[in-house]
Structure formats: structure tokens, C-alpha cells
Design a protein around this ligand. Structure first.
Ligand code: PMP
Ligand code: GLN
Length: 397
């Protein structure tokens, strides 16, 4: 048989699926793949359930049902002061995953360069390459994940068409500062580029950190495609409803990409999300304070066990350094052994890097779980570590 698509043949199954399968196999507590073990708001779920039964189950409008497009526009105004035309500047997609691909498709031609920031979410690189574009990677370094400004500036050149970046950032928990965003905005304007802004964790920030959409910076309104996800904002990751906000000059191409990927997104779920986006301020404040408590609970527990705990300003995730535990193998062997022996699953952070020379001693834990489950995971890891003593563990195996 002739060889199939070379890029996909060379792409592995996503680490989230691999680690969730391993967790199931070993009955481990899954703090790997980022999904809550609690349901989203009752009124949102109820609205979607009602919408299933009211006879409106055929194709919705391609760019989204009017209720949701209006709600996305209003949400942009309410939280960020962005004035958005719901009829010309919003495209609803089947998850942020589709939105990312649609936005990249909207602007990239084969041979165009696209700047990406490592560590990066796992769909970014394969999609950029499948489009025939050339990825230009810039790496943030732990433990502070500061933006290396000179390297970022050097990654932009005459062939740069776009930058794709994520704030609040998975897996680092970094929230880009106003100064960093201004630096990025200046590069985008000077090189006449577009920005694909993965902002799925926009409402999950802690300790007073505020998410700032790049789109709100001077000169960025026409250049940014801003992506949100109902999965994260309403703790409903299985719904896969995403929404893109972009200038009316970009929206037609984004919509045409969506037209060729999925065409539409389930209408009942869109109607539920429309109810969610207009919920009162207390809902959004409660979402982040609830998660901040969980972050604190897991971070304190991991630190007590001897992990090196990096700061998390936003998202669902804590990145930990496993070397202080005496682990002298890599992150992949750590996460595998933790699943098999301690019965707790985490994600090896090397999965968020394109090349072999990535730092290989970090494990990512999700804290979007019930308190009892977080406590049980910590108790399991404590017993596991105690049974191993303080000896370097990899040497024993
Ligand atoms: N971007 C980032 C950074 C993510 O962590 C995720 C994971 N949910 C997504 C995009 C995909 O979001 P969705 O589930 O809405 O497709
Ligand atoms: N965004 C989730 C994470 O980072 C996983 C999504 C997926 O499984 N594709 O854990």
C-alpha cells in the first residue's frame, strides 16, 4: 500500500489519551487530562437539555445560533470593553480545538512562518505543519516562564504571518503581563502579522491576576482572533463548544475554514452556552475562587510531599519539579511509575515540547477535582514515597 499522510503517520496519539488510558488500566486517580470531576452549572445544562426537546435539532446557522453569537459579543463588552458585532465578528466552533485550526487555516499559506511558544498545547504544531506553514519556536524557561524578548523578536521576520499563543497558559499556569503583551503587539504590528489567541482559560486566573486579551491592545483589534471555550468557562469539557471573536475582515475566512471542518456545532449545546455567558458576575468570580482553593490544596500537599511546586497563576494545572523527590529518571518514567505504583496519574511536561532537548523533570497535575479526590491522591503519593524512602528511585529500577 502507498504511504499515508506522512505528518499524521509520524504523530503519536495525544498524551492526554495515553495517560487517561493508563490511569484506567491501573485504577489510578487521574490528575492528568484536564477535566473537572464535577458538572457545570445546572441552568446551563438544563437549557441545553430543554433545547434538545424543543424540536430545533436541524442544522443551525453556520457561524452559530444568534443567541450564542449575541452572548459572545456581550461577554466581550462586559469583561474587556471590546465592541463586537455578533452578526459579523463571531464564529462558533466545535471546541477551541477546531477554533485554533480554523484560525490558522484562515490566514496561513504554505511557506508562511508561524511563531509558537514552548511549552505548547499538543495540537498547535501538527496543524501548523499540516497547513504547510513553517513553525518558529520560542521557548519559555522554568521556573518563571518569562518571555525571552530578544529571542521572540528574532523569531519574527519577513515571512512571519502569524503568532499563536496561549494565555493563561497550559501547562505553565503563566498569565502574560500587560508589558509582555505590549511587546508582542509591537512585533505583530511591525511585521504586519496576525495573532491567534488561545484564551480558553480566560476566567481561570488566581490571586488577583487578570487575563488581558491581546485584542484589547492598541492596533490589535483587527489582527487578533480571540478563542474561548465553554469547556473551561462552564466546566463542561465534553461539550466542545468554542467561540472565536475577530474583526469583520477576518471572520469570513475563519467561517469558511469552519465550513470545511465541521460546518456547524450542535445547536442545543450552543443554546446552553448562551445562557452561561450571560450569567452574573458572581458566577465568574466563584469559578476562579473555587479553583484557587483547589490549587492551594493540591499545591500545599505536593510541597509537603517534597515536590518542587512551581507557581500557578491560572489554568487547571500545577507544574512540579520531581527532582527534589530523589527521582533521577525522566518525567515520562516518573508519570508512568506514579500511575502504576502510587495509582495517581500526571502528565509529563516534555509532551508540550517539539524537540528532545526539553527539560525532562517536570510533571503536570490537574486540580479541577473534588477535594476528597485531591486528598486521596496526596495520601496515595505519600504512602508511595514513604515506601520508597528517600533513596533515588530510578537507580533501584
Ligand atoms: N487550548 C488549550 C490551551 C487547552 O488546554 C485546551 C484543552 N481543553 C484546548 C485548547 C481545547 O479546548 P476544547 O476542549 O474547547 O477544544
Ligand atoms: N486540555 C486538556 C489538557 O491539557 C486536554 C484536552 C484533550 O484531552 N485533548 O489536559
Amino acid at each position: 500500500m502507498r504511504p499515508q499522510n506522512a505528518l499524521l503517520s509520524a504523530t503519536g496519539t495525544t498524551i492526554f489519551t495515553v495517560m487517561s488510558a493508563l490511569a484506567n488500566q491501573h485504577q489510578a486517580i487521574n490528575l492528568g487530562q484536564g477535566f473537572p470531576d464535577y458538572d457545570g452549572p445546572d441552568d446551563v445544562v438544563r437549557a441545553a437539555a430543554d433545547a434538545l426537546l424543543d424540536g430545533r435539532n436541524q442544522y443551525p446557522p453556520m457561524t452559530g445560533v444568534p443567541e450564542l453569537r449575541n452572548a459572545v459579543a456581550a461577554h466581550n463588552g462586559r469583561f474587556y470593553g471590546l465592541e463586537v458585532d455578533p452578526n459579523a465578528e463571531v464564529v462558533v466552533t466545535s471546541g477551541a480545538t477546531e477554533a485554533i485550526t480554523a484560525c490558522l487555516m484562515a490566514v496561513l499559506n504554505p511557506g508562511d512562518e508561524c511563531v509558537l511558544i514552548e511549552p505548547l498545547y499538543d495540537t498547535y504544531l501538527p496543524v501548523v505543519k499540516l497547513l504547510g506553514a513553517v513553525p518558529k519556536l520560542v521557548r519559555l524557561s522554568p521556573p518563571n516562564w518569562e518571555l525571552p524578548r530578544a529571542e521572540l523578536a528574532a523569531a519574527f521576520g519577513p515571512k512571519t504571518k502569524a503568532i499563536l499563543f496561549n494565555t493563561p497558559m497550559n501547562p505553565t499556569g503563566k498569565v502574560f503581563t500587560a508589558a509582555e503583551l505590549a511587546f508582542i503587539a509591537d512585533l505583530i504590528a511591525r511585521h504586519d502579522c496576525y495573532a491567534i489567541c488561545d484564551e480558553v482559560y480566560e476566567h481561570l486566573t488566581f490571586d488577583g491576576w487578570k487575563h488581558i486579551p491581546l485584542m484589547t491592545l492598541p492596533g490589535m483589534r483587527e489582527r487578533c482572533m480571540r478563542i474561548g471555550s465553554a469547556g473551561k468557562t462552564f466546566s463542561l469539557t465534553g461539550w466542545k463548544v468554542g467561540y472565536i471573536t475577530c474583526d469583520r475582515s477576518l471572520a469570513p475566512n475563519v467561517a469558511k475554514a469552519h465550513q470545511n471542518l465541521t460546518f456547524t456545532t450542535p445547536p442545543n449545546l450552543q443554546r446552553g452556552v448562551a445562557v452561561g455567558l450571560v450569567k452574573d458576575d458572581a458566577y465568574f468570580a466563584g469559578l476562579s475562587s473555587h479553583l484557587q482553593q483547589k490549587r492551594d490544596r493540591l499545591a500545599a500537599g505536593l510541597a509537603r510531599l517534597g515536590f518542587g511546586v512551581l507557581e500557578t497563576k491560572g489554568t487547571y494545572f500545577i507544574t512540579t519539579d520531581v527532582r527534589p523527590l530523589g527521582w533521577n529518571g525522566d518525567d515520562v518514567s516518573f508519570c508512568r511509575t506514579l500511575t502504576e505504583e502510587a495509582k495517581v496519574t500526571a502528565i509529563p511536561v516534555t509532551a508540550f515540547y517539539a524537540s528532545e532537548d526539553a527539560p525532562s523533570h517536570y510533571a503536570r497535575f490537574a486540580f479541577c477535582k473534588g477535594d476528597a479526590l485531591l486528598d486521596e491522591a496526596l495520601a496515595r503519593m505519600e504512602r508511595w514515597l514513604a515506601a520508597r524512602g528517600s533513596r533515588p528511585v530510578a537507580a533501584a529500577g
